[in-house]
Design a protein around this ligand. Sequence first.
Ligand code: PRX
Length: 656
Amino acid sequence: MSSSQIDHLLEETRRFAPSAEFAAGAVATAALYEQAAADREGFWAEQARALHWHTPFTEVLDWSNPPFARWFGDGELNVAYNCLDRHVEAGRGGRVALLWEGEPGDERAVTYAELADEVKRVANVLTGLGVAAGDRVAIYLPMIPEAVAAMLACARIGAIHSVVFGGFSADSLRARIDDAGAKVVITADGGYRKGKVSPLKPAVDLALGERPGLGAQQTVEHVLVVRRGGNDVEWNDGRDLWWHDVVPQASAEHEAAAFPAEHPLFILYTSGTTGTPKGILHTSGGYLTQAAFTNRIVHDLHPETDVYWCTADIGWITGHSYVVYGPLANGATQVLYEGTPDTPHPGRWWEIVQKYGVTILYTAPTAIRSFMKIGRKVPRRFDLTSLRVLGSVGEPINPEAWMWYRRIIGGKTAPIVDTWWQTETGAIMVSALPGITETKPGSAQVPLPGISIDVVDEDGAHVGNGNGGLLVITEPWPSMLRGIWGDPERFVATYWEKFQRLGYYFAGDGARLDQDGDVWFLGRVDDVMNVSGHRLSTTEIESALVAHEAVAEAAVVGASDETTGQAVVAFVIVKESYLAEHSPEGLAGALRLWVGEQIGPIARPRDVYIVGELPKTRSGKIMRRLLRDVAEGRDVGDTTTLADAAVMNVISAQVH
Ligand code: PRX
């Protein structure tokens, strides 16, 4: 965290109070804060009762075995029933759930009744394939209605889904399938990205086949394939099934069984500080309670009238909580878009807003910054006056991007909510409430009602207003992660050990409290980067680099980047024999591609520097802080703890 960053924040004095009109119709009320403060558990119990419980709960929070929480532990529910049947039974089956837009321009409107039927059919198909409650199903799909149906079908039968982002490579997919021990994979032949079909089934075949050092995958029995891209695929008879051959033929009769509130709902892998991704585990009752509640109050969702659009892919937590579970539990009508923002033209998103009359838009700062770069002329060509609430998620939003979002997209009236949360928290934790909070450009501001956070020093002491420190969550919350799949020790060590004595959850983020006590997030404090709102582990990319035959050693840092927030920058020591035969430029290019193949295109380094040495402490630890200085073009900071102080001069000279 640089001091200039903090100075910049201090200068930000613009304030935007909600209009009286907006406040009068807002879903959230200021009284929520008081109610939650008076009786936190009672408050959450009330929110949970907005769901349908097959068996009502009598206990709220069981925190007798921290950090393993149980919420609404003796209650039973069915998550898919809550997202679908409940609305159909209440006479709202004709309401559109999904306004789907494919990248080539094809479209489908899917009602709640239709989605419920589809989910029941898929549930019957999965059961027929031998999938039972507690079994794991990997989902590797583009943004098509079948992706939503697949997730809900798993939820309906109590199977645990593990959605893997379609941009991940076969290796990453294999690692996730293996870790979860998935029995079935649901995929598509391919999906549309940037005007082309991007193949998915071939990556699944590669992932399940013989992999170097791993052999063939053992747990997957079936692969269910949606036809979307129309690309050629290989077929493994007996293992592979076309969705269109089995789903339409299946019965749409399916009774939703009740599952305990703590029944696992999904695993979602995210990067940590070590090389192996963590399978973050979420359960049913508490997760759905907080996802649905926050979607209503933070996005000011009026399901009868709003057209909601969260642009996140279902491969990320935002897609889980704010495309699938929250909005569908609330009976919302939402846009689902398959493709990229600039295909076939740079105004594609704004065209969609205009076409469907989108009222609530929830997106990421990286998207806003790339639109800023293209200029206001593009959005100005479209009618965006339907927009009335704007949201931001994934990384700190800089005040200039916030102001651009407000002026150019929000017509200077739509409130902006900057929402802080994580894969681990399951739902929004810190955010302004539209209609209630006076907003500040660049600040995520205040914990939601029912959420307790603090900013503390290394000893866990409150830093006080005007100071920076570490963000902690001081009380358990309903949608908190329940663990890391198969690794309870890592769960405790990663999130709870640092402030064990105080029982605080450590989020890994730096934050600062301003004079009003509002929170300003300052980025990660560990070796995790945030590239375009996605977490990437430095160690994971270093491991991929070292796995290349040319590489002897590698260090990766996140350097600030105008568009993506942070960019991956790699410093690599190449084996002598290789350097003799290859040009450094050629090698750097090859290594960028290599990382893309190993992990996925999002992990591809922006820069690869071939260097002779890396800066290390006497104990051999790489000093990434110094490499970050070089990557960001700054003078190199304090080098006194280096084993060889001269090394940084050599590296700087090599880079510039
Ligand atoms: O560093 C924080 C940043 O994203 C991390 C969580 O990443 P992930 O689990 O992939 O989930 C992203 C979507 C919820 C956090 O530890 N982050 C997320 N939202 C914000 C943020 N940083 C600042 N402001 C935000 N609004």
